[in-house]
Every structure is written in C-alpha cells, then in structure tokens.
Design a protein around this ligand. Structure first.
Ligand SMILES: [Mn+2]
Length: 302
C-alpha cells in the first residue's frame, strides 16, 4: 500500500520527521518500510533551506524502488530554466527574468554545479502522472483529454514543445503540472502569496463548473472577490473529475488550515504549505476508494 507525500520544497527535516512518523527507517542510507511504498507528488526543490538533503532522501528511495514519484512544476521549470533556447542564443526555455530567477534562487545557491546537473538528469526520468491501479497521482490536475496529447521521454525536444509559448505541448503540460487557470473578469485582479498581482485564478478543476461563480470555483487558497458567473468557455471546456473514479492525489495548491481536509471523497491535495509555515502532509492509503480525512498524517515545518 502507498503513503502519498505532498510538496516538500527543501524542507528535509520535516520530511525526515514525517517518514519516521510513518514508520520508515533507514537501511544503508535509504528510507524504507517493510509493507509500504511512498509516492511523492513532486516539488522537491526551491524555497526551502535543505534542498540537497531533500533530494538525497527522495531520489535514493525512488531508485531503490521504495518510492515512486511524479514531476512537479518546479522540476519542469528547473529543466526549462537550464535548457538553452533553440534560436535565441544565450537565453533559455524559461527566461531568466527576476520572477523566475527568484523562484529558483535557493536551488542554485544550495546545490553545487554537479549536484544541480545530477538533479536535472533525474528530473527528466520522472513521469508526469501515475495511474497505480487503485489510485492516481499527479502534481496539479488529472485530465485524460490532456494526458492523451502528451507522450514520450522528457528530451530537449519535449521541453521545447512543453515550455516555449508556441510549443504544441504547452497547454496540456501546464494543465497537468500547474492546473487549470481561469482569466478573471475584466478589471479584477488579486495578489497571490508571493505578492504577484494576478489576473488568472487556479480553478477547482475537479468540480463541475455549472452553478459556480469565480469566487466559488477558485481554489480555496486564492480568495477571489468576484461573484460573477463563469464564462461559457469555462462551462464548455471543463473536464471535472468523475465522482466514481478511483481516488486522485495532487499537490501544488498551497492550502492552509489547522489540519488537512479533503477536496472531495475521491480528490485530495497534499500541499499544505510547508514552505510557508504550514505543514508537510501525507495520506496513508490502504486501498479505500472513498478517502477519509482521518488518514492524513502531517508534520509541522519547523
Ligand atoms: Mn509546490
């Protein structure tokens, strides 16, 4: 059975405590559990104080078969940040502007050149989603229509198509790794947790959009003041997650609260903002198709 673990962002001490709480012990330097396997939801790097240490825990677990992992948007962003632009000499697939450089700064500061190169090579091996029989894991959004468009190993060519503005894989890969975004009504913006002014919000992609306003269809971590009805385009193109499908686990959404809650009976987000004073969250899954909030296990960030 599986223990699903949310976004770590360099908080290796919280990860060590969580694994210990879950009953994992180190053998020859690799955390393992006699009956269980961990499933990481991505976003190992950026922001936190112990990024190399985090990778030194997670990667050996995956390579030894003690864990599985999907790619997070921060791993994809890192690959794009360090992959040269095909025509714009000296630039990269992800521009080195202030916002992008700041988001990635701690990883560059904490990892040596060799450690970074090694980490990037490993990120390329991570699948964008996992369908494990009784459950599914993806960093931000499960959408079979987008997944059907995505194929193949993460080569430079794949990264160009997935990360450049004109790339053929940009829309589906962003949907899977960054979630569904909705443009807010003209003149409406809000400030996200990093202080960036945004005219898009992250949607509750798993919910049918009918009957929702912008405010009620935005993820709880994004307080949108607009009670305007959703535009027809959102109603027509939404791919909600079927209530009878197997449970799906995501990270990504910077949720906050005194203790974790489910998004729905078969949808759980395990990102509870460890990198912003929240906690590192896991879910102990034992085969159940209806999830229970009693099965969250978490640890504070400090
Ligand atoms: Mn994250």
């Amino acid at each position: 059975m599986y223990d699903l673990i949310g976004d770590i962002h360099g908080h290796a001490d919280a990860l060590t405590r969580l694994l210990t709480t879950l009953g994992y012990t180190q053998r020859q330097g690799v955390y393992e559990h006699p009956q269980r396997q961990a499933v990481f939801l991505g976003d190992f790097i950026d922001r936190g104080p112990k990024i190399a240490e985090t990778l030194a825990i997670v990667r050996p677990m995956v390579e030894a078969g003690q864990a599985l992992s999907v790619m997070g948007n921060h791993e994809l962003n890192a690959l794009a940040f360090h992959t040269p632009h095909p025509t714009d000499t000296g630039n990269h697939l992800r521009p080195h502007n202030d916002k992008n450089a700041r988001q990635h700064a701690e990883t560059i500061r904490q990892l040596s050149r060799d450690e970074l190169a090694s980490a990037l090579a490993w990120f390329r091996t991570l699948p964008l989603w996992l369908d494990l029989g009784g459950l599914r894991a993806v960093h931000a959004c499960w959408d079979p229509s987008r997944m059907a468009m995505i194929e193949g190993p993460v080569t430079d060519d794949f990264l160009r198509e997935a990360c450049l503005p004109e790339g053929s894989l940009l829309e589906p890969v962003e949907a899977i790794l960054k979630g569904k975004q909705i443009r807010l009504p003209e003149g409406t913006t809000f400030f996200d947790k990093d202080g960036h002014q945004r005219s898009f919000t992250r949607a509750k992609w798993y919910e049918p959009p009918h009957g929702h306003t912008f405010s009620s269809y935005a993820m709880a971590s994004e307080p949108i003041a607009s009670t305007a009805a959703l535009p027809a385009e959102v109603l027509e193109t939404a791919v909600p997650y079927p209530p009878n499908d197997k449970p799906v686990f995501v990270g990504h959404y910077w949720l906050s609260g005194s203790s974790p809650t489910l998004l729905r009976d078969n949808v759980a987000c395990l990102d509870w903002s460890v990198a912003k004073g929240g906690f590192l969250c896991s879910y102990r899954w034992d085969g159940e198709q209806t999830l229970s909030a009693e099965k969250f296990v978490w640890t504070q960030s400090s």
